[in-house]
Design a protein around this ligand. Structure first.
Ligand code: NDP
Length: 399
């Protein structure tokens, strides 16, 4: 890679967005923030714009954009402020952008991620929901757009690093018999089944190893995050779900493994800090510093592995069944999960109700073939309506 590369950071006020800006700040000779955006946290967007002087910032919320515009004008900044979801897509498609960090949470990240893919950029994919929803459609768009897709999820980034030379995204790699995702087990790894229903949003978000946004923290607590990651892995690495294993590894030091036909297991190890996969993906195929300390294995001493408990955490099996069903099933699963997690965070649904809602949606909403993006968006909307009706307090269906 030569010259300074333009980077658009979607979701710049989130956990991944901030870590991305932190890595970029260490390498002004390599990267320049051309644009960044968020939903409505205009104060942080303004601070970031003052520091990184991008050409454009986007706040989807119009009132927040107006506040940011005023604040940036007052301090003499030349950064343009745009608003609306379409402005995110326009910003990432600009010719000045070489790479897009797709780190908006949930389905809201789909359209700008797709815009980056269609414009042939290198897309650094943190927003796993966009891939789970669209499945092969997104992978086909990557090929058609002529760009690159590099996974940021620590597990998939680890697998990407352990893949054989010449591996093509979305295609099965020669000699690879399995990929093995590691799972920390989340904050409730040892919580008895009987206590799970009473767990609060703050308890669910208190992850023992990773500091993340609230939605993915809840996904980690239900293990639905691992379910979404199984679907993500099938698409990124061209494998059926049966060839994507999960092992619980509480220390979160081994980030995932690739099993080869000759009996070799290749693993990537590192501190649990997202700046490592972010730096890897920004610089690939080169290596740059991420600000993360190397591991001292003698100090760590011990690495533990155990099987996941599907009885207490049914999310992974729900995701596997959606992967096997194909079509719109993963989009239904994802939408139901987003609605249920938000209801849990708002204290309208208890913790175990999250997977109950997803199960109900998968059982009752028809799965269709995915031919176009429209099929995905329809499935997403239908599943959201169905899940919301289940949670609706007046109906009292699931508490
Ligand atoms: P956060 O909740 O910390 O941040 C979410 C970001 O998305 C914020 O910038 C937020 O803006 C923005 N956003 C939310 N809704 C919208 C919307 N409707 N339109 C535009 N922007 C929006 O999330 P994380 O950084 O934790 O996660 C981001 C993505 O990365 C998720 O898909 C997650 O699964 C994935 N990921 C995260 C990891 C982590 O360690 N955090 C690890 C692996 C994957 P605002 O602040 O204005 O609300």
């Amino acid at each position: 890679m030569s010259g300074v590369r333009g980077v658009a950071v979607l979701g710049s006020t989130g956990s991944i967005g901030r870590s991305t800006l932190a890595v970029i700040a260490e390498h002004p000779d390599r990267f320049r923030v051309t644009s960044h955006g968020a939903n409505r946290n205009w104060q942080e967007v303004v601070e970031q714009a003052q520091r990184f002087a991008p050409d454009t910032v986007v706040l989807v919320d119009a009132a927040a954009a107006a506040q940011a515009r005023e604040a940036l004008r007052a301090c003499g900044s030349r950064t343009r402020v745009e608003s609306g979801a379409d402005a995110l897509s326009a910003a990432v498609s600009d010719a000045s952008v070489d790479m897009v960090m797709a780190a908006i949470v949930g389905a809201a990240g789909l359209m700008p991620t797709l815009a980056g893919v269609r414009a042939g950029k290198r897309v650094l994919l943190a927003n796993k929901e966009a891939l789970v929803m669209t499945g092969r459609l997104l992978m086909d768009e990557v090929r058609a757009g002529g760009g690159e897709l590099i996974p940021i999820d620590s597990e998939h980034n680890a697998i990407f690093q352990c893949m054989p030379p010449g591996y093509l995204p979305g295609e099965p790699a020669r000699g690879v018999t399995k990929v093995i995702l590691t799972a920390s087990g989340g904050p409730f790894r040892t919580t008895p089944a009987a206590d799970l229903a009473g767990m609060s949003p703050d308890q669910a978000c208190a992850h023992p190893k990773w500091k993340m946004g609230r939605k993915i923290s809840v996904d980690s607590a239900t293990l639905m995050n691992k379910g979404l990651e199984v679907i993500e892995a099938t698409l990124l690495f061209g494998l059926p779900e049966a060839q994507v294993d999960i092992v619980v590894h509480p220390q979160s030091i081994v980030h995932s493994l690739v099993q080869y036909a000759d009996g070799s297991l290749l693993a990537q190890l590192g501190a649990p800090d997202m700046r490592t996969p972010i730096a890897q993906a920004l610089a690939w195929p080169e290596r740059i510093s991420s600000g993360v300390q190397s591991l001292d294995l003698a100090v760590i001493g011990q690495l533990d592995f155990e099987p996941p408990d599907h009885r207490r955490f049914p999310g992974v099996e729900l995701a596997r069944s959606a992967a096997r069903a194909g079509g719109t099933a993963p989009a239904l699963l994802n939408a139901a999960n987003e609605v249920a997690v938000q209801a849990f965070l708002d204290r309208r649904l208890n913790f175990t109700g999250i997977t109950t809602v997803i199960d109900e949606v998968l059982q009752h909403v028809e799965v269709c073939a995915v031919r176009t993006l429209h099929d995905v968006l329809e499935a997403d909307a239908t599943a959201r309506r169905f899940a919301a009706a289940l949670i609706e307090p007046a109906r009292g269906a699931i508490a």
